[in-house]
Design a protein around this ligand. Structure first.
Ligand code: ATP
Ligand code: MG
Length: 648
């Protein structure tokens, strides 16, 4: 394999970081040995109305199943994100909004202003009849009103369900119905990369299949959209009569905060339910430690609020910590491939957080787009969503970060509420492609997928978590059996993540991909990440997705879908070269049987490769591709089908 340098913690980082190696070791031990004291301590980062006295009350045993944290404590998450900052930081910037196009005026919103906007909108929701526990569907683009809506729900105890503002009317209707929400918050249109998204029209279509009482619509692009009498109201008209003071609801720590449907990479999306206290603590704590955040710094997570990353790391974590959080409406390649880095320079961003899919897309366009910007303000870079290939990691580190900025490769899930495994910049040497070590209270283990026994030492297996952590989801909304079935049945008594991982001789965790995607070639088990990373090492390859295919002799063969860089000619020679390349990089066992060039890979709207579709193509079983409603561009699939060797 290619050598990727290990990066030790620099002396400066060790000296100034919030958590150094020694502190990490001590705190981690304490979090496992005496969780009640540890978490009571960490809970002091929140303002409680009623301090909790019962801390951890959890069991993953089927017969005695319970997940409760801080169960007699009460609090309100909106006051934690707003009210308590007003005295000292009212004039500090809470949200910087950077619009889709750089020439559109931006918006700078202070904590004072955000507090007023949230109270006003909370009163608006109340006046519409929204009560504690009611579900509110949010289908808004990346505008500050989206954060206002979330916090307004939290303020009155309503449960928000955000649906990514790119999903189809059907997908929206399905999610409105699943949680039975009577109200939808939307905008006339969204705007991404200069393209308009007909949000209100989508809501209208969804409402034909759902029972919606009220639609509150924000005028964003100013498009002329029809309004339904008695159901639809203009956002500004709706808030007009209401004042900017709204007493916060006193919420039990275990009261629901939000529902969020998973990306649907592996199947039917699940309505993940998070509660108030544990989630708030988890989002705040991980945001502070993983990004080494200090008030006053400009922090930017480029994820959409439609994903859990946007919930925990654009809104709740940063605002609970009194941060300045940047909210970006646009996309990385508009107006050009330099946009991310221009925005970094414009606001002197110190922490920047994005997904490998964006990095690979930018990397294939060459370094010039990055190099013409300064990026001097950057201190930390984050990655989330998929395993980051070592090649992309090196590019992020060397080209974007100029070799100065530690990379936080954060492994976590919608279900986990926040980061679970990630290196801390002042504590851990970095290995490109490794998510490294568990955060406080997180007890990862690897099990043998065939019989479920725990495997120790440097080895590979299915990734499980042995005990509860405060940010854990509490149920699948409306289907507790599915919750138990999905996460606690395969390996009884343990939380099953669905992912596979490797632990190396230094104890670092490397996520190898979804366990369902593991390929078994002649009895040799291989994670998809490893083969894909080998392909991405080749200078002509921008992105790769690997799946298993039936093979008479080997049981399974390797089928690789490959997207090449902008300037590459997809020749027969290159195909042969890639086969030899993987053989040389990993070994003969990993020799791809098929390499198919693909102009694009099927991805979820959150940017993840949907391997289950590729698997069907590789198996030549394309009659029923399953639920593809969360696919970003279904057209990609037609191209793959037309060019698959089976089609010829
Ligand atoms: P669904 O559960 O509906 O199939 P999903 O798993 O894609 O969708 P998310 O909760 O958004 O939905 O994604 C979590 C998954 O993303 C993880 O289980 C893991 O497979 C992958 N992932 C996230 N971060 C990382 C990371 N840093 N390294 C490797 N994999 C990651
Ligand atoms: Mg998942």
């Amino acid at each position: 394999m290619h050598e990727h340098a290990i990066h030790p913690v620099s002396p400066e980082w060790a000296a100034k970081a919030k958590i150094d190696a020694e502190t990490y070791a001590l705190k981690y031990r304490a979090s496992i040995d005496d969780p009640d004291s540890f978490w009571l301590g960490e809970a002091q980062r929140l303002d409680w109305m009623q301090q909790p006295t019962k801390i951890k009350n959890t069991s993953f045993d089927r017969d005695d199943f319970r997940i409760k944290w801080f169960e007699d404590g009460t609090l309100n998450l909106a006051t934690n994100c707003l009210d308590r900052h007003l005295e000292k930081r009212g004039q500090d910037v809470a949200i910087i909004w950077e619009p889709d196009h750089p020439d559109t005026p931006n918006r700078i919103i202070t904590y004072d202003q955000l507090y007023k906007d949230v109270c006003r909108f909370a009163n608006t929701l109340k006046a519409d009849g929204v009560k504690k526990g009611d579900r509110v569907t949010i289908y808004l683009p990346m505008v500050p009103e989206a954060a206002v809506a979330m916090l307004a729900c939290a303020r009155i105890g309503a449960v928000h369900s955000i649906v990514f503002a790119g999903f189809s009317p059907d997908a929206l209707a399905q999610r409105i119905n699943d949680c039975d929400s009577q109200i939808v918050l939307t905008a006339d249109e969204g705007l991404r990369g200069g393209k308009k998204v007909p949000l209100k029209a989508n809501v209208d279509a969804a409402c034909e299949k759902a029972n919606v009482r009220t639609v509150i619509m924000l005028r964003h692009t100013g498009a002329d959209v029809p309004m339904v009498e008695g159901r639809d109201v203009d956002w500004h008209d709706a808030i007009e009569p209401h004042n900017a003071e709204c007493p916060p609801a006193e919420m039990n720590a275990e009261d629901p905060l939000f529902i969020l449907y998973t990306s649907g990479s592996t199947g039917q999306p699940k309505g993940v339910l998070h509660t108030t206290g544990g989630y708030a603590l988890w989002a705040s704590m991980t945001h502070e430690y993983v990004f080494d955040y200090r008030p006053g710094e400009v922090y930017w997570c480029a994820a959409d609020i439609g994903w859990v990353t946007g919930h925990s790391y654009v809104v709740y974590g940063p605002l609970a910590n009194g941060a300045t959080t940047l909210m970006f409406e646009g996309v990385p390649n508009y107006p050009d491939f330099s946009r991310f880095w221009q925005v970094v320079d414009k606001y002197k961003v110190e922490q920047f957080y994005t997904a490998p899919t964006a990095l690979r897309a930018l990397m294939r366009e060459g370094d010039e787009w990055v190099k013409k910007t300064s990026r001097k303000s950057l201190r930390i870079l984050g990655s989330v969503g998929e395993p980051i290939n070592p090649e992309a990691w090196d590019w992020y580190y060397n080209v974007v970060g100029d070799g100065r900025c530690p990379i936080a490769d954060t492994w976590w899930q919608t279900e986990t509420g926040g980061h679970m495994i990630a290196p801390l910049p002042g504590a851990h040497s970095l290995k490109p492609g490794a998510a490294a070590f568990p955060l406080f209270g997180v007890q990862p283990a690897l099990v043998d997928p065939t019989d479920g026994h725990i495997v120790e030492g440097a080895t590979e297996g299915a990734l499980v978590i042995l005990d509860s952590w405060p940010g854990q989801m509490r149920t699948v909304y409306g289907d507790h059996d599915r919750f138990i079935q999905t996460y606690f049945t395969q390996y009884p008594g343990k939380y099953f993540t669905g992912d596979g991982a490797r632990r190396d001789e230094d104890g670092y965790y490397w996520i190898t991909g979804r366990i369902d995607d593991v390929i078994n070639v002649s009895g040799h088990r291989m994670g998809t990440a490893e083969v894909e990373s080998a392909l991405v090492e080749h200078p002509c390859v921008a992105e790769a997705a690997v799946v298993g295919m039936p093979h008479d002799v080997k049981g399974q063969g390797i089928y690789a879908f490959v997207t090449t860089t902008a300037t590459t000619d997809n020749s027969e020679e290159l195909r042969k070269e890639l086969v030899q390349w993987v053989r040389k990089e990993i070994g003969p066992i990993a020799t791809p049987d098929v390499v198919q060039f693909a102009p694009g890979l099927p991805k979820t709207r959150s940017g993840k490769i949907m391997r289950r579709i590729l698997r069907k193509i590789a198996e030549n079983d394309t009659g029923n591709l399953g639920d593809i409603s969360t696919l970003a561009d279904p057209g990609v699939v037609d191209d793959l089908l037309a060019n698959s060797p089976h089609a010829k």
